[in-house]
Structure formats: structure tokens, C-alpha cells
Write a protein that binds this ligand. Structure first.
Ligand code: ZN
Length: 132
């Protein structure tokens, strides 16, 4: 079964009404599934964004993969050190530390969650002054 691979920015036209003649095929493969998160096509790296088995097409997005062991610190959300994908639902992770697999590129990395406590002070009643 042939699967056509297209740029993710053509998503709307592919999803609403699949018309292969309107989009450029990046590649054709015999089979594809979501274990194939990272694809190399014509020396460029892409992540697999969608897979439509009914019409046998997939959409991909070009990605830069960092393999220099960089660490990301104090980000607002869990962010993949390989592809910069940001998990906007990071708060759903139940543990404060864990190893996860990036759902964008398939890279595996550790995260640590830091929780800070802050306080507000709102005036209610000024202190009494005893004049002597
Ligand atoms: Zn990633």
C-alpha cells in the first residue's frame, strides 16, 4: 500500500478535500506508521504530523534536530531538547521527574518540574499608632 507524504502546511486542502493533483508529493513509501516519527527526505528532516489511512497520505513538517546534548532550563513547559517541541499540557505529567518520549520527533529525554510558592499581601487595616 502506497502512502504519499506531503508538507504539513497543505494540511487544510488535504483534510477537507483530498486532491493529490493540488499538492506536491515529497515522497512515496510502501508503509508508514507513527513509530516512524522522524523522516529524512531528500536530505531534510521531517516529523510525521498526520497519517490518513483512508486516503493513504501523511503530512510532515520540516524540523531541525539538535544532537549536541544541549539542556534546556527554566522553560515554561516541558520542551524537547532535540526538536524544540513544547508540551503545552506539561501540567498533566503526574510526576515531578520522569523520562518521556517526544511525541513530535520520538527523542527520549528526562524532565524535572520545579514548583515555586509565591505570596501576595493585600492591606486590610493599617496598624494603630499610640501617640505619647
Ligand atoms: Zn522532539
Amino acid at each position: 500500500m502506497r502512502v504519499g507524504i506531503y508538507h504539513g502546511d497543505k494540511w487544510d486542502s488535504l483534510y477537507d478535500k483530498f486532491d493529490e493533483s493540488k499538492v506536491e508529493v515529497l515522497a512515496d513509501v510502501d508503509n508508514l506508521d507513527f513509530s516512524d516519527r522522524l523522516l529524512k527526505i531528500n536530505n531534510k528532516l521531517y516529523t510525521l504530523n498526520s497519517l490518513n489511512r483512508k486516503n493513504n497520505f501523511a503530512t510532515v513538517k520540516e524540523v531541525e534536530i539538535h544532537t549536541d546534548n544541549r539542556e534546556l532550563s527554566f522553560e515554561d513547559n516541558i520542551t524537547c531538547p532535540y526538536c524544540n517541541w513544547e508540551d503545552v499540557d506539561s501540567w498533566e505529567q503526574k510526576d515531578d521527574e520522569d523520562t518521556i518520549i517526544c511525541s513530535n520527533c520520538g527523542g527520549e529525554f528526562d524532565y524535572i518540574r520545579y514548583v515555586t510558592v509565591e505570596y501576595d499581601s493585600i492591606p486590610k487595616k493599617a496598624p494603630k499608632v499610640k501617640e505619647l
